[in-house]
Design a protein around this ligand. Structure first.
Ligand SMILES: *Cc1c(COP(=O)(O)O)cnc(C)c1O
Length: 423
């Protein structure tokens, strides 16, 4: 469920016609619904109300400060993957006691900053990293709480780029090496081994891989107990899918019902890291059609948004529903088109071979389900300033990130003096 619906003949976000945002701020721009974000967070949180848990919003999905502030206010923590994300999370008011830190390549500086902030724990991805964390912790006189990220070797049946828990993946520690690594970690002076972590992939549309992974993790927790290693936190990661097109992903409630029997008697605190399921359908990318172009074999609609603004179609062949902002347009004759942007790459498209009603140049289009892995993956490729982000709350909208200017594009660049003309 989301709050982007037609009302009075045009697309609204909550009580704001998206055309009003276009009029005041121009296009392209990202628009997020506050009500949808809050509803999604609570759907997840309340699904697990019978189990002690911490939700750590996977902020790589959307790390705008205002979005993080909403999450923090609703009671969420953050799953971070870099020092930059730690900085943002703390700035937005996310309590350090609810921050978990994942990622295969944490640098000593990032580890030190996270220890100083006193985050809940590190999700550790390799033997070498356990040693690195122990060393940094010793140097700052702290004990680092850690969970080992286990690679349970289950196939999440999703896109290979967003599948993370199979043997060939760079993530986590192989399950058959886990016990050894746990023993080693427990013997170190400056680590406190508190958890097990498994995150198997993203955009999962079935609960089975979650259950299969969890069974392996629960068996490991049992073995660890036998060795005197008492785990307090069980982190099941994120990964719940959303509807981009025809998918029928499980609801948070379905996930809770599938896994509760496995975890409810373990006496552990569950940690969860949802990202996409919270923000994906809470945002759109608003764009304007610039030109139509009939190619030899294809019909193109050229719009003002491009792969640098939303890379998912180019990177993963991802599907995003595209809707005309004027409701009347839905009833026009349909034709098969490619929706492409101005970037000089053939891979620059938002939709391919899509049957869409005729759109005229100047008209607005909404690229749906763009709230997750949208703006955060935007770049300045082709020297395109990054677009603004807007948060709608009821009948009002707020700019939560300004459109970049040309000066922003060259900030930090220097022409060395030897290139200055002297003669
Ligand atoms: C990306 C990621 C998530 C979030 O995944 P979603 O599919 O957006 O829910 C959670 N945990 C880790 C470790 C991740 O890398």
């Amino acid at each position: 469920m989301h709050s982007f619906e037609y009302q009075h003949g045009e697309l609204y976000c909550e009580q704001v016609p998206v055309s009003r945002v276009a009029k005041e701020l121009g296009t392209p721009c990202y628009i997020y619904s506050h009500a949808t974000l809050v509803r999604h967070f609570h759907a997840y949180d309340s699904a697990f109300k019978n189990i002690p848990h911490v939700i750590a919003f996977a902020m790589k999905a959307n790390s705008n400060l205002a979005i993080l502030r909403i999450m923090a206010k609703e009671g969420s923590g953050a799953d971070i993957v870099s020092g930059g994300e730690l900085f943002r999370a703390l700035k937005a008011g996310v309590p350090a006691s609810k921050i978990v830190f994942a990622g295969v390549g944490k640098s000593p500086d990032e580890i030190r900053d996270a220890l100083k902030a006193d985050i809940l724990m590190f999700n550790v991805e390799s033997s070498a990293e356990i040693h690195a964390i122990n060393e940094v912790a010793a140097s700052v006189g702290k004990k680092a709480r850690i969970a080992l990220r286990i690679n349970p070797d289950v196939d999440p049946k999703t896109h290979p780029y967003i599948s993370t828990g199979m043997k060939k993946s760079k993530f986590g520690i192989a399950s058959d090496r886990a016990l050894e690594e746990y023993k080693m970690a427990s013997s170190l002076s400056h680590t406190d081994v508190v958890g097990v972590h498994a995150h198997i992939g993203s955009q999962l549309t079935d609960v089975t891989p979650f259950v299969d992974s969890l069974k392996k993790v629960v068996a490991l927790i049992d073995t660890l107990k036998g060795q005197g290693i008492n785990i307090r936190y069980l982190n099941i990661g994120g990964g719940l899918g959303i509807t981009y097109s025809e998918e029928k992903p499980p609801l948070p409630q379905d996930l809770a019902e599938a896994i509760s029997p496995l975890v409810k008697d373990l006496g552990l605190t569950l940690v969860m890291e949802p990202g996409r399921v919270i923000v994906g359908n809470a945002g759109i990318l608003l764009t304007r059609a610039l030109y139509e172009k009939a190619g030899e074999t294809k019909h193109f609609v050229i719009v003002d948004a491009a792969m640098n603004d939303l890379i998912r179609p180019s990177l993963y062949g991802a599907y995003h529903d595209i809707r005309p902002v004027k409701e009347e347009a839905i009833r026009r004759t349909k034709q098969t088109v490619d929706i492409v942007g101005p970037v000089c790459e053939s891979g620059d498209f938002l939709a391919k071979d899509r049957l869409l009603p005729n759109v005229k140049p100047g008209e607005l289009l909404a690229v749906m389900s763009a709230g997750a892995y949208g703006f955060v993956m935007a770049s300045n490729y082709n020297s395109r300033p990054r677009v603004p982000e807007v948060l709608v709350n009821g009948g009002e909208f707020h700019v939560i990130r300004e459109r970049e200017t040309c000066d922003d594009l060259i900030r930090g660049e220097r022409i060395p003096s030897f290139l200055n003309e002297t003669e």
